[in-house]
Design a protein around this ligand. Structure first.
Ligand SMILES: NC(=O)c1ccc[n+]([C@@H]2O[C@H](COP(=O)([O-])OP(=O)(O)OC[C@H]3O[C@@H](n4cnc5c(N)ncnc54)[C@H](O)[C@@H]3O)[C@@H](O)[C@H]2O)c1
Length: 327
């Protein structure tokens, strides 16, 4: 598959330097790209450089990279000026989840890039078929859906819209292996793509169970961690059923599917938190309540875990058995 020989010749642009833009930029410079990171708002400039440097330092500490942060930072330009994107072959838009903002950003990007360049969005949920129609060349537009923190996670969805060029999708698929990803190619656009469709069906059921008094938030979380969470880094849902016996699932599906929650309403459990301004760990108010110290400790634990689970996951790539049998 590999036709990409020198990644340093592929200049990549990232537009939007918030939480995800910074970790995506980190991932790309660690992979060996020249990166142009554009701050759409001046306020991004206050934190972006520091955040990327901190990601690099932790990555060095955890052995993801072997050179000092300064080496990677030489290949990064942070700017407010869209003109710097001129020679980029791939551009990743990572601005707020707002269609008007994204459209105005595409206008600015497309005013400077070549018609051959690939334009992508890290949108969580806006259909790619809608976004691509806001651009000059819809064929070269794709979703690139990352998971935070992008420089440690192996998740990436490459999403084709109705008008996307499959050859370019294949190029992105191949390129993303050089970013340390195990990508998923979403061949036909669908709302929520793949991972969010799976996860949101679980969020809906989890909230139903709590709101109807079957279990507490803590108990639902405990069940999720110790059942689903225990094996999911090794296998996905289909391999899991293969490993544990397909007919049993078939039997249970017949009884359980008709009684699973399928409401289209957003549950009051989450409505209330959002009405009250709760953001979760970010402001110590979510499904759990936290002291400031506990919230900070959860953030640190999450970061530490993301590096450790990566080490474990790397021992078990998706083709782990194929590799073992070839040895
Ligand atoms: N946070 C996650 O875990 C996550 C996961 C997957 C995808 N995403 C998606 O990534 C994108 C960015 O999310 P984030 O978490 O980095 O958000 P963020 O709030 O941390 O950053 C948002 C960025 O948008 C820019 N922005 C804000 N207002 C703007 C405007 N008027 N014009 C131009 N740019 C503007 C900001 O300067 C900032 O760079 C969103 O589409 C989000 O849905 C986020």
């Amino acid at each position: 598959m590999d036709t990409i020989t020198d990644i340093s010749t592929i200049k990549v642009g990232v537009v939007g330097l918030g939480l995800m833009g910074c970790s995506i930029t980190t991932c790309l410079i660690m992979a060996g790209h020249e990166v142009i990171a554009v701050a759409p708002l001046a306020i991004d400039l206050q934190h972006a450089g520091k955040r990327i440097q901190a990601h690099l330092m932790l990555s060095k500490e955890h052995g993801l990279i072997n050179r000092e942060p300064g080496h990677y930072l030489q290949h990064l330009t942070i700017t407010e000026d869209y003109d710097f994107l001129k020679d980029c072959k791939v551009i990743i838009e990572c601005t707020l989840e707002n269609i008007d903002i994204k459209k105005s950003v595409y206008n600015k990007i497309e005013a400077v890039i070549s018609s051959e360049a690939i334009l992508t969005s890290n949108t969580s949920a806006i259909p790619i078929s809608i976004l691509q129609k806001l651009t000059l060349f819809p064929k070269r537009f794709f979703g690139l859906h990352w998971a935070e923190p992008s420089h440690t996670t192996r998740f990436l969805e490459i999403i084709c819209g109705e008008l996307s060029d499959p050859v370019k999708a294949q190029f992105l698929y191949e390129l993303s292996h050089h970013w340390g990803k195990e990508p998923t190619l979403v061949r036909k656009d669908i709302r929520g793509f793949i991972a969010n469709r799976l996860m949101y069906s679980m969020y809906r059921e989890a909230m139903y169970l709590v709101e109807n008094g079957y279990a507490t938030v803590e108990d639902v979380d405990r069940a999720c961690r110790n059942n689903t969470g225990y094996w999911m880094t090794l296998v996905g849902v289909f391999r899991w059923m293969d490993l544990t016996g397909v007919p049993a699932y078939h039997t249970v599906m017949k009884d359980l599917f008709p009684v699973l929650n399928n409401t289209a309403e957003v549950p009051e459990l989450i409505n209330k938190i959002v009405r009250e301004g709760g953001k979760g760990v970010a402001n110590a108010h979510g499904f759990y309540s936290y002291t400031t110290e506990e919230a900070k400790c959860w953030e640190e634990t999450f970061t530490k875990f993301s590096y450790e689970i990566r080490q474990l996951a790397l021992k078990y790539p998706v083709d782990v058995v194929e590799k073992k049998l070839k040895l």
